[in-house]
Design a protein around this ligand. Structure first.
Ligand SMILES: Cc1ncc(COP(=O)(O)O)c(C=O)c1O
Length: 367
């Protein structure tokens, strides 16, 4: 096994490609998000699908997050084992093995499962009841994403009423994700459309309450919609998580300005076949570039071109200073969510030196 670099190693001496997290910028992003949520009176349950790291999860909770959102049961297992209890698994759990594993998670943590059909929840109810346990559940409502979720209105009410009768299950609310509206270009229109989608979610929560059902949680919100989601009446918590790192997609496509680029991939120029084209030592197996092109942040006049599996091309403007073999570049991922999972660890940098190493423990826990 290749040893990790020693703490204190200058950042410029880390071997590349290296996924680096600027501690000060990360902390600033976390503080900005926590303060924004607090100002609007909504709780923050940041999605952990991008960081997959108990080191980061613990820091988010210390900074005021009420818990974490997970995309997979495998992630929830990792965070529960690390002592984080309040975990929303924002996905549908189906199959005997999943149910057994959920019962095991429930023994050490207080997860919330997500449901959009009675068939998902009945086996969970039987298993929880048999184990003498109760698990919290929320209903995912389709507020326009057309992915999963009950239809708003009667179908949601019918499912909530059915769940409410099940042993081993405690209905605690609803969620929806406005992910189909992240890219609306005109900001006034984006605000209006997100407000309409989330108003539908809030109306469904009110409907459940009018029918005597408990609905303390109304959960939604991602980084690309955060400024609008936090301001929506009736929302109790937001799931935005990617903002802790920020990336080119959120900044350029979703027009989110309030967070700093904390995550970079440091790469080395390994070839310069012609003056206007150089090649660095990372491609699609190290950085995601499909939703949005990675940004070169420490060098003007240089942009990322084609990515192959293990080579990345740089396009060099005619008036830019020449790029040298051996030069080190800092790239902001096009999409952090699909970049972090290509790496085993974050190299955490402070004052230009390696401050800590945080493994992505839940990476690959896709089952
Ligand atoms: C259910 C759910 N909530 C929230 C988000 C937003 O996450 P992020 O803030 O990392 O973009 C997503 C993104 O895919 C999601 O699927």
């Amino acid at each position: 096994m290749i040893p990790y670099p020693a703490i204190g190693t200058p950042a410029a001496e880390l071997d590349t490609p290296a996924l680096c997290l600027d501690l000060a910028k990360f902390q600033a992003n976390v503080a900005t998000a926590a303060a924004l949520c607090q100002r609007h009176g909504v709780a923050w349950r940041p999605h952990a699908k991008c960081h997959k790291s108990p080191d980061i999860g613990r820091r988010l909770i210390e900074a005021g997050a009420i818990g974490l959102t997970c995309a997979k049961l495998g992630e929830a297992e990792v965070f529960a084992a690390a002592g984080i209890s309040d975990l929303l698994i924002a996905n549908l759990l189906v199959g005997e093995r999943k149910v057994e594993r959920l019962v095991a998670v429930r023994r050490i943590a207080d997860p919330i499962i997500c449901i959009d059909h009675l068939e998902q929840v009945e086996p969970i109810s039987r298993a929880m009841h048999a184990a003498g346990l109760r698990v919290r559940a929320i209903i995912e409502v389709d507020i326009g994403l057309d992915r999963v979720g009950t239809a708003p209105g009667e179908a949601t009410l019918a499912l909530a009423q059915a769940i409410d009768q099940l042993p081993g299950i405690e209905l605690v609310g609803i969620m929806g994700y406005e992910g189909h509206l992240l890219l609306v270009e005109d900001q006034a229109q984006k605000r209006t459309q997100i407000a309409a989608a989330l108003a539908l979610l809030a109306e469904n929560a009110e409907m459940l309450k009018r029918h005597g059902l408990a609905c303390p949680i109304v959960s939604c919100g991602g980084t690309g919609s955060l400024p609008f989601a936090v301001a929506q009446p009736g929302i109790t918590e937001v799931q935005a998580g990617g903002l802790i790192f920020m990336d080119a997609f959120y900044r350029q496509k979703c027009q989110i300005e309030s967070f700093e680029f904390a995550l970079t991939l440091q790469v080395t120029v390994v070839s310069r076949p012609v003056p206007q084209r150089a090649v660095f030592d990372a491609g699609r197996k190290s950085i995601h570039g499909e939703f949005c092109t990675p940004l070169v942040v420490n060098r003007a006049g240089v942009t990322v071109g084609r990515l192959s599996a293990e080579h990345g091309q740089l396009e060099i403007a005619a008036d830019a200073p020449p790029v040298a073999i051996g030069e080190r570049l800092h790239l902001v991922p096009g999409y952090a969510d699909l970049t972090t999972v290509l790496h085993n660890q974050f190299y955490v940098l402070e004052d230009g030196k390696l401050h800590d190493i945080w493994p992505l423990v839940a990476r690959g826990r896709l089952e």
